[in-house]
Design a protein around this ligand. Structure first.
Ligand code: SIN
Length: 277
């Protein structure tokens, strides 16, 4: 029987007493999914899993989304490679964001497995979008509850944007960055039923019906508010660590502080559903 222990910070929980290769059947997967919705991120330690185990674990929670932009694992296209080599300075995911908000049906979550980690650095920060919403004033909650926002893959993955100049093979297909979608700014989380703030600096462009200039001050306010330290937790990776985060309830930020070292992570993203207010 596994145990869930809340992380010593603003988001997430550690799952103890589980071997994800053998212990995750229908009931256990259901309990983990509920915990994911409640805590936002589940952390596992000491899981020596193969790529096939990673895929089998992910499939317990839904269909796998094969990412259009990330370089894929040579043998398993379901696995996206999140890599930084010693001679590379830019990392992937080095800013607050949540994955796939540009999709009409944004991904449920992402399951990141540490394959090779630097001796120091390379942590990932997570932020809690339930807590961020709850801490807003009633007046701002009321305003946000009436709004929707446009999200797009173009800003990060399109031509001439954040990742495009690298040409190092880690991110590609800028011509496929055509996804735009509109979601409520405050969603009712599909698992927990709680309200969560659903805008992010990586992919949100503007409020629906507002210009980008008009949207910017309020979005910037929300980004500063939602990344307050009390809503966050900083996860230190070890080889064999896994983080399974819910993209609807959290943001994440890969800290780029380990130049000269190698970091290799395997990511699988699980499909989600349309979001409602
Ligand atoms: C990501 O944004 O998916 C990457 C997170 C990480 O490498 O820690």
């Amino acid at each position: 029987m596994f145990e869930i222990q809340a992380a010593p910070g603003g988001v997430g929980a550690f799952v103890h007493g589980i071997d994800i290769r053998s212990d995750v059947n229908g009931n256990v997967a259901g309990e983990l999914k509920q915990a994911l919705g409640d805590y936002g991120v589940l952390f596992f330690r000491d899981q020596e899993i193969s790529e096939q185990d990673h895929i089998a674990f992910a499939e317990q929670f839904g269909q796998i989304n094969v990412n259009r932009f990330f370089a894929a694992n040579d043998r398993f296209p379901q696995i996206a490679m999140v890599v930084k080599e010693p001679d590379q300075t830019g990392n992937i995911g080095g800013g607050w964001h949540t994955d796939h908000s540009y999709d009409q049906e944004p991904a449920l979550g992402s399951i990141l497995v540490a394959r090779e980690v630097p001796e120091r650095g390379g942590d990932t920060l997570y932020a809690n979008m339930y807590a961020a919403y709850d801490a807003l004033s009633d007046g701002l909650k009321e305003t946000l509850n009436g709004l929707r926002a446009l999200h797009s893959s173009r800003r990060a993955f399109g031509a001439n944007t954040e990742y495009a100049p690298r040409k190092d093979g880690r991110i590609g297909n800028p011509e496929l960055a055509t996804q735009d979608s509109i979601h409520p700014v405050v969603i009712t989380h599909p698992i927990s039923g709680r309200k969560a703030l659903y805008v992010n600096g990586g992919f949100t462009i503007r409020f629906d019906g507002w210009t980008e200039d008009e949207s910017k001050p309020l979005l910037q306010y929300l980004y500063a508010h939602a990344s307050r330290p009390e809503f966050t937790y900083r996860f230190k990776w070890e080889k064999g660590s896994i983080a399974f985060w819910d993209n609807r309830a959290t943001w994440h930020y890969a800290v780029n502080d380990y130049h000269g070292s190698r970091r290799v992570m395997h990511r699988i993203t699980v499909e989600g559903c349309a979001l409602s207010a």
